[in-house]
Design a protein around this ligand. Structure first.
Ligand SMILES: [Zn+2]
Length: 102
């Protein structure tokens, strides 16, 4: 195992802080290592400021594309089958392309 020091190193889990599960890789992490997204009117929106109303889910930035391609948001937000097609990740995808996350 490498023990490289650096800002890219994944932060160790600090159990004194809240712990969330990434919907991409299912690993647990502290919120500071994750991005919160919320479902608003069928759209998955990055909640960078925190506290946005709506159902929330957490994921690593690096897991976002995988989560999108696997349709993980449908499960994360527990939308029923009839609504599967209604989960719109275009805003999240746009955000991935145009913004720096963490
Ligand atoms: Zn992850």
């Amino acid at each position: 195992m490498r023990s490289k020091q650096g800002s890219d190193t994944i932060k160790p889990l600090d159990l004194t802080l809240p712990v969330r599960s990434c919907i991409g890789c299912r690993k647990r992490a502290n919120p500071s290592a994750l991005i919160r997204v919320v479902l608003v009117d069928g759209k998955v929106i990055p909640d960078l400021k925190g506290g946005a109303a709506g159902r929330g889910a957490w994921l690593h930035k690096k897991c976002a594309e995988g989560a999108i391609s696997r349709g993980a948001f449908v499960f994360a937000f527990k939308t029923n089958k009839a609504q599967t097609e209604a989960v719109d990740v275009s805003e999240l995808q746009q955000y991935l392309l145009t913004n720096e996350w963490i």
